[in-house]
Design a protein around this ligand. Sequence first.
Ligand code: HEC
Length: 94
Amino acid sequence: MTFYNGYNKLKSCFCAILALTLWLMVFNTGCTDYNNAEKLINNRCSVCHSTSRIFKGHYSDSWEEIVDRMIRHGARLSGAERAEILEYLKNKDD
Ligand code: HEC
């Protein structure tokens, strides 16, 4: 049935567009978050040492411990900023 086929095509086209839109949304928020995390690191973590120590370092599982140690050293981060930086650093090493 032509109507049926046409409807199916329309449906898969709609699904493709929906999937693409969702993918772009996820991808874009991912980018914004990472840019913000990088900004935070450049602003707050460069006070005592160079950020190359951070961007080149591979500490994978230890990031949480390290960032908390930096906060004890005197790094100024709110709870949300700490979480954002940790999310970025943990994914960076993958
Ligand atoms: C108040 C000063 C200060 C700030 C701000 C600071 N750090 Fe540090 N950082 C240190 C000192 C001191 C050391 C060396 C001693 C140590 O490892 O605890 C260090 C060492 C490090 C190391 C090497 C650790 C290792 O085990 O070799 C990493 C990675 C690091 N910092 C990441 C960060 C990150 C990420 C931030 C931002 C959230 C940050 N630092 C902000 C003082 C600071």
